[in-house]
Design a protein around this ligand. Structure first.
Ligand SMILES: NC(=O)c1ccc[n+]([C@@H]2O[C@H](COP(=O)([O-])OP(=O)(O)OC[C@H]3O[C@@H](n4cnc5c(N)ncnc54)[C@H](OP(=O)(O)O)[C@@H]3O)[C@@H](O)[C@H]2O)c1
Length: 309
């Protein structure tokens, strides 16, 4: 019957955002290898379908595609409807999709932008410096960074929350970064406020992000103590971490954690990271598959629990 729940799979069901490439694609592969039914989502149908095809060719038949642009409310609603009709629940949500918050001087999707010669022998800081030289931080890119990485992720969570609550062990992994650590906020008062999650509210996070954008537009990012270098990306991840902690307190029936994959070679880093996407994804999947009763409201770096600060 149309609209009815058509299957009750015993396997756990996972949704991965931004699953068409990079770390997200590898997360899909590793979850599927663990016997989990994976809904690989991507904003672009062609790229998403091609990624599913790649996994199916490797014998991972329990992977399906659904379109999802995390900045598009109707796209999010369509995914929620699909999951409700098809499965009636969701067990694992991996919020992986993100945007660098910068304009790239060279197209990161062009595999030829870096060469081994350019990067070989560079340590992490030198690679990051190289990356900074090849990016520009504009107001539009900063705004899009917050809209995608914070608000997009938040809206996906809000829409899928009832389905996660319908699971016996609903899990959210918000893909974070060491660029989201509170130590990067130089305004001591704000840093402490963002760390006091028992008092923090979503409305206050909205105000903080609006203030950040005003300061960005006024050219006062450094003067006001905001993070420098991939500034909007860092601020969005700081906010997402704080939101995760608020949500984990509000929903003790779920497990909601943040996880940093490590510095990974993907389009986002213009392939400067020393870790492979497989290694980065492994650090996230490890958190997603922690046994029942495991931590919630926590931050993991490279698969190990660490401080938000
Ligand atoms: N790479 C690292 O070193 C590193 C370090 C720390 C944290 N992370 C985090 O790891 C995650 C994955 O990053 P990555 O390195 O794999 O980056 P990536 O290769 O650039 O992949 C980003 C993914 O996000 C998708 N995306 C962007 N905007 C979207 C939107 N509005 N709706 C849906 N999907 C969207 C992209 O889709 P398109 O292909 O359509 O653009 C792509 O699938 C991100 O959350 C990132 O912040 C990465």
């Amino acid at each position: 019957m149309d609209g009815a729940i058509s299957t009750f799979p015993s396997a756990r069901i996972a949704v991965v955002t931004g699953g068409n490439k990079g770390i997200g694609l590898e997360v899909c592969r590793q979850l599927a290898r663990n016997g989990i039914t994976v809904v690989l989502t991507a904003r672009d149908e062609t790229r998403g379908a091609a990624a599913v095809e790649e996994l199916r060719e490797q014998g991972l038949s329990d992977v399906m595609f659904h379109q999802l642009d995390i900045t598009d409310a109707s796209s999010i609603a369509r995914l929620a409807d699909f999951l409700k009709t098809r499965f009636g629940r969701l067990d694992i949500l991996i919020n992986n999709a993100a945007f660098g918050g910068v304009e790239y001087a060279r197209d990161p999707a062009d595999g030829s932008v870096t060469s081994e010669e350019e990067l070989s022998g560079m340590d992490r800081d030198q690679r990051l410096e190289w990356l900074w030289r090849n990016t520009r931080e504009t107001y539009d890119a900063a705004k899009k960074g917050l809209q995608t990485n914070y608000y997009g992720t938040k809206h996906v969570i809000e829409a899928l929350l009832p389905l996660l609550q319908a699971s016996s062990d609903g899990i959210i992994v918000n893909v974070s970064s060491d660029f989201g650590l509170l130590r990067l906020i130089k305004n001591e008062e704000l840093k402490q406020e963002l760390n006091k999650v028992e008092k923090l509210t979503e409305e206050r996070l909205d105000e903080v992000l609006a203030t950040y954008l005003r300061d960005f537009e006024a050219g006062e990012v450094e003067a006001r103590g905001w993070p420098m270098g991939f500034s909007a990306y860092k601020v969005a991840k700081v906010a997402m971490n704080a939101y995760s902690r608020i949500l984990a307190r509000r929903h003790p029936e779920l497990r909601i954690n943040c996880a940093h994959p490590g510095y990974v070679s993907t389009d986002m880093t213009i392939h400067t990271g020393p870790l492979t996407p497989e290694e980065g994804a492994g650090n996230l999947v490890k958190v997603a598959l922690l046994p029942e009763g495991g931590p919630t409201g926590a931050y993991f770096a490279l698969g190990e629990e660490a401080a938000f600060v």
